[in-house]
Write a protein that binds this ligand. Structure first.
Ligand code: NAP
Length: 309
């Protein structure tokens, strides 16, 4: 039996692994999506010590660091089920999609979140045919094209700024007239001549034939209720990935995040959480907060395995 299983290959998971390794815990880190949400950050300008680094490069550094320890194993694959082993506090059993079973005395859920879908007609039909949920990852396929980015948070506003580097035109479609994104990114979109704001507007339908040709909106823009676009980047936030911890009976908060105390403990003895999936850090989903939560969770696992709570 491992000392600790960490589920999730994002910033929180890798940071937790670096700490559990240094606490000399026999650690396994498991996941099927390499790098998590960090992979979609085109330019990271708020990770201390790096003035500007690409998300995938930063994720590779975390991974290399975590795997530099002999007592950290990486298992690539999807965990399908989590259950308790024996009596309360004796450990957990993780069943992988391929049927393998991994047992650990403690578990850290660093499962992150999944992009929210809008649920409008055409969205699923054209998914991968012009509809995407990662503007920064896919913008470069839209060189000299016209795209719409939906949302008003960091993902949408950063996504619009990045897309505008290659696209002919970018519509930034938001349901309000204020953005919740960092002022840094708002300045970036304001500087771009090829970004047009479409505010107080909701998307109604993605239009197309073989691929996307337009976006139907609820408020006419320049006299039309259709934006002629080749791509629709939906960036309207994320939903915490709580399926696995819910199998154990972990409680959620009123926003659907895993409820944790300030030691990153869930309500289930031996189960901890870190990163975007957790209710910690005032729900502020950043590299720095994920790393902070990952390190606290690892410290709490260390205390727990020494007989603490
Ligand atoms: P977010 O901050 O939750 O913003 C989601 C946006 O989508 C909001 O503007 C929201 O509108 C809009 N929205 C939500 N549901 C909608 C719906 N059904 N229809 C239309 N619009 C809808 O999500 P995010 O931008 O993905 O960011 C998530 C977290 O990651 C944040 O903590 C963010 O700071 C972090 N992040 C940081 C960076 C960075 O560079 N620092 C980059 C990416 C993400 P309202 O504003 O009206 O609610």
């Amino acid at each position: 039996m491992k000392d600790v299983a960490i589920i999730g290959l994002g910033c929180a998971g890798y940071t937790a692994a670096i700490y559990t390794a240094r606490y000399k815990l026999d650690t396994v880190i498991i996941g099927d999506v390499e790098g998590g949400m960090g992979m979609s950050a085109a330019e990271v300008g708020n990770w201390p010590g790096e003035i500007d680094i690409k998300g995938p490069d930063l994720m590779q550094k975390y991974k290399d660091h975590a795997l530099s320890f002999d007592n950290v194993d990486l298992v690539s694959g999807r965990v399908e089920n989590v259950g308790k082993v024996g009596k309360v506090g004796e450990g957990f059993s993780l069943t992988m999609q391929n049927g393998d079973v991994i047992e650990a005395k403690a578990v850290i859920f660093a499962t992150g979140s999944n992009k929210r879908h809008l649920g409008i007609p055409g969205e699923e039909e054209f998914s991968g045919k012009g509809v995407t949920y990662c503007a920064t990852c896919d913008a470069f396929f839209y060189r000299d094209k016209t795209v719409a980015v939906l949302g008003g948070g960091d993902s949408a506003v950063e996504g619009a700024a990045i897309a505008a580097q290659v696209a002919k035109k970018v519509y930034l479609v938001h349901r309000r007239d204020e953005f919740r994104a960092e002022p840094f990114w708002i300045d970036k979109v304001n500087e771009k001549d090829n970004i047009e704001f479409v505010l107080h507007t909701n998307a109604l339908e993605v239009l197309g034939e073989q691929k996307v040709t337009g976006l139907k909106i609820d408020t006419p823009h320049n006299g039309s209720d259709v934006l002629d676009v080749d791509g629709v980047f939906i960036e309207v936030g994320s939903i915490p990935a709580v399926d696995l911890p819910q199998q154990l009976g972990c409680e959620l908060d009123d926003r659907g995040h895993l409820k944790v105390d300030d030691a990153m403990r869930t309500n289930i003895k031996g189960a901890f959480a870190a990163g975007d999936v957790s209710s910690g850090s005032n729900h502020f989903a950043q590299f720095s907060t994920a790393a902070g939560e990952g390190s606290i969770a690892a410290n709490s696992v260390f205390s727990y395995l020494q007989g603490g709570e």
